[in-house]
Structure formats: structure tokens, C-alpha cells
Design a protein around this ligand. Sequence first.
Ligand code: 48N
Length: 298
Amino acid sequence: MSATTTTATVTSAGHRLGGDEYKSVRNYRDFDNYKFAPIRESQVSREMVTRYMNDMLHYAESDVVIVGCGSAGLSCAWELSKDASLKIAIIEQSVSPGGGCWLGGQLFSAMVVRKPADKFLDELEIPYDEKENYVVVKHAALFTSTILSKLLMRPNVKLFNATAVEDLIVKNGKVAGVVTNWTLVTLNHNTQSCMDPNVMEAKVVVSGTGHDGPMGASGVKRLESIGLIKENKGMLSLDMNAAEDDIVKYTREVVPGMVVTGMELAELDGAPRMGPTFGAMLISGQKAAYAARASLKR
Ligand code: 48N
């Protein structure tokens, strides 16, 4: 089909933009005559910048800030976001949220979740292969992409990825928010001084920073270095059966205003690691949401 020709738009700065030829593309698979609607580069920039800045203004005071968007942080955010009155910001230092749950163990794909944590997968309508005492999600990314997509559609949740929590806001012994910076800045404080951070106030902070990576367990390590907790006992070696029960049991508000969830607890409480099973992360995240809600009520 021949595209209707219209005079191209010439902007005040002399930019030539296409006309409305795109309207004549009746069949969007007509790849040989495909035409996009015209746009100014500045329009794209304004769309991104205004949204991001509005989000930063809106979440400058959040009800809950979740640090770490791994399986525990995601599960906590999912549970909390059911309460539409809560404003929830998730801060993730990596460009790609998800932490360790894009893959199973040793970069294999499948994700093992021990029963009864399969009930959490049912709630998210994530399919799996069922065995007697556990289930297997065929690819961990199926869990992560599903919970992420459902979570990000919720109007009271904002993910700030590529953003690191560098410190905590603490007032009279209570955690009252987080100190943030672009992750690339955080990782380069040794190369360039005076790159000051931003701040985000929160009624409750949930720390789910895991045990691995450049900032693993950064929340509890900061609590120790500022003397809000006596010591981190350090993660113990692997014992799958003990570890998952312990992580859920230890999930709690560790200091006023800060709940800890997921593998960060192993560092804090000296729990064994569980290796490539994820049920405890999901349930610890859910329990952390209940602990955060209880803290909000205090
Ligand atoms: O997936 P992780 O690392 O942490 P969890 O607790 O959600 O899940 C842990 C789980 O993946 C395991 O480690 C499994 C079960 N293995 C156990 C074992 O025995 O080996 O997610 C933490 C997220 C990551 O995405 C980090 O990038 C992020 O937190 N993060 C931060 N984001 C912002 N600011 C920070 N300071 C920060 N620190 C970590």
C-alpha cells in the first residue's frame, strides 16, 4: 500500500520531521513500508526526565523503602504493595533488579522451592513441576520476571534501579530513611571525592541486600559500624534444612525502623546458608512485610 505523502514538519530550529505517513501503515507487519510517527529528541528527554524527577519528589518521603530487589526484597514488596495506601520505594544498586534469582545454583536455570512455599508461587500464578516435597520452576527468570512485572504495574510501587543505598538516616536510635547515590558514583568514591549523596525518608526501611556481591549485607554491616547492633555473627556453611527454617524464623525488625529479610539475616544472626533453594527468600520477604506493617502501626 503506498504511504500517503504529506509535507514533512519543519521545526523552528529547522529540524525536518516526518509527517503523518505512519497513519497509512495499515498493517504493522508491512515492514517494507513501515513509518514511525515523527518525534523530537527533546520530547523523549522531557518524557524521561519529568517522570523520574516527579518520582523522586513523590518518593522523597516513602512509607517503606526496600533496599535490595532480590527474591526477598521482591516478595516483601509484593506483599506490602497489596495495601494501596502504602508508598513503597525499592532501591536496587544493579541496573537489573532480581539479585540472585535470575538463575538457580551454579548458573543453572531451574529454581527449587521447597513446600509449602509453593503456595507463594501459586499466588503469582507461576507454573512449576511438582515433586513430593518441593517444586521446580523451569527457569528462575520465570519467577523473577513474573513477580517484577506484576509488582511494577502496581501504582504504589517505584523501582529505583542503578541506585545504591550508601548509608542510613538514623534519628534518636531509629532508622528513618536511606542515603542514596547513583551506583556508579557509589562505586567510585575512591576515585573522585565530594560526590555527595541524596536522601529518602521512610517510616520503615526493609533491608534485603543479600550476602553476596559488592554491597552484600550492607544494611546490617552499617548497623554494626554505627553501633546500633553489637555484631554480625557471620554466615555459616551450608545446611539446607536448617538454613531455610532459620532465615524465616530470624526475619524481624532488628532495630526500630529497620526490618531485615533474606540472606542478609545469615550474616547478622550466623545462620547457615541454604545454597540453591529459594523458598526461604519468598517467605522471609512475606514475613518482613508483616513486620514492616507492624512497625508502621507503632
Ligand atoms: O538475591 P540477593 O542477593 O538477596 P536475597 O536475600 O533476596 O536472596 C538471596 C538468594 O539469592 C541467595 O543468596 C540464595 C538463596 N543462595 C544462598 C546461598 O547459600 O548461596 O539480592 C540482594 C539485592 C541485589 O540485587 C543487590 O544488588 C542489592 O540487593 N543490593 C543493594 N541495592 C541497593 N543498595 C545497596 N546497598 C545494596 N546492597 C545490595
